[in-house]
Ligand binder design. Structure first.
Ligand SMILES: [Zn+2]
Length: 344
């Protein structure tokens, strides 16, 4: 299994996140990437390869042109206002407000925000493009015949919607990968999101499509970020009806319950007869994750990697969350090793 990763990830390193009424160092930090690279190297995985330059063709099929223009220009517009801090949304286009892009950068930030904890820095856009390029390059490995690949993306992507950023995400790496697989001839692609948080951005992008099945296991949105999406009755719309499946679970959920949901999810993916599987891999389901509430242990990650591997689908793992930073490398490695151990 090849790993695609870019050192450009370190170009996105905001100083601050508003959390619990305080400006804190963001949970989503560059060391996360380092721990994963170290753990894979220590276990004999091949060294990461650099991605190719990002091809915007597939990106433009999952994100709006206005939104991509905003991401590209956000920092320069912010800087032109003379602000000294990092660009963060304040007012948002909430219920009963106009859904119309303002001219002012503060307005634009709020219009395109799905959440307000995520700052934009001078070099965020470069990191975002390189992260998406990792997913795209890894997808093209599958298109060329590899049976599996790992895109070590940072920043993560699954909270990025068609035209929304937030939850540490800007471009939806898993969605871009799924689109790449479709464009290369896969008739159906499944996305399995095992991050603790609901993949609200991925659901948003594919909600009215039946060529990409979206299945997510996550903290019940009544209790967990992103709060406003991820309930079981969200099943898709129009042609997408029946192709969006959510498994929200309550605080304290242990592996025994979580793994039953995973088995059910994998059965649904089998019944869909997907040509390829994209796994949105967040390891914030870990029992000691600081911002999550499931109770998976380190060995559980090996177990579920194995369960995914036994389904024998061409599989692309795309890195999402995981904030128990010192354990993120081992937990990620465990999933990938479990998967490989199940391969024929
Ligand atoms: Zn997460």
């Amino acid at each position: 299994m090849k790993t695609i990763a870019s050192p450009d990830h370190a170009l996105h390193f905001p100083k601050a996140e508003l959390s619990g009424g305080q400006l804190i160092r963001p949970y989503e930090c560059p060391e996360r990437w380092d721990y994963i690279v170290e753990a894979l190297a220590a276990s004999g995985f091949s060294a990461p390869q650099l991605p190719n330059a990002l091809d915007m063709a597939s990106v433009a099929k999952v994100h709006g042109a206005d939104y991509l223009r905003f991401l590209e220009q956000a920092w320069s517009l912010w800087e032109a206002e003379g602000y000294e801090g990092e660009a963060m949304p304040m007012a948002v286009a909430a219920r009963r407000m106009q859904q119309r892009e303002p001219e002012n950068i503060n307005g634009k930030l709020g219009y395109f925000a799905g959440a307000t904890e995520t700052a934009i820095t001078p070099t965020t856009w470069q990191a975002v493009q390189s992260s998406a390029a990792c997913a795209q390059t890894a997808a093209r490995l599958l298109n060329a015949g590899d049976s599996s690949a790992f895109a070590l993306c940072r920043p993560p992507g699954h909270h990025a919607g068609y035209d929304l950023f937030g939850g540490y995400c800007f471009m939806n790496n898993a969605a871009i990968a799924a689109q790449e697989l479709r464009d290369a001839g896969a008739s159906k692609v499944a996305i399995l999101d095992v991050d603790f948080h609901h993949g609200n951005g991925t659901q948003d992008i594919f909600y009215e499509r039946n060529d990409v099945l979206f299945v997510s296991l996550h903290g019940n949105p009544g209790h967990a970020f992103p709060y406003f999406l991820g309930y079981a009755d969200e099943t898709g719309k129009g042609e997408g009806e029946g192709y969006n499946i959510n498994y929200p679970m309550m605080p304290g959920t242990p592996y025994s319950v979580w793994s039953d949901a995973l088995t059910h999810a994998l059965d649904r993916i089998d019944q869909y007869f997907a040509d390829a599987l994209v796994v949105s891999l967040g390891v914030d389901t870990f029992e000691r994750d600081p911002i999550s509430f499931f109770k998976l242990t380190g060995d559980d990650f090996t177990r579920y990697g194995h369960a995914i591997g036994k389904r024998s689908l061409p599989t692309l793992f795309v890195m999402e969350g995981g904030y128990a930073v010192e354990e993120i490398g081992v937990n990620t490695r465990n999933v990938l090793q479990g998967f490989l151990d199940a391969q024929p």
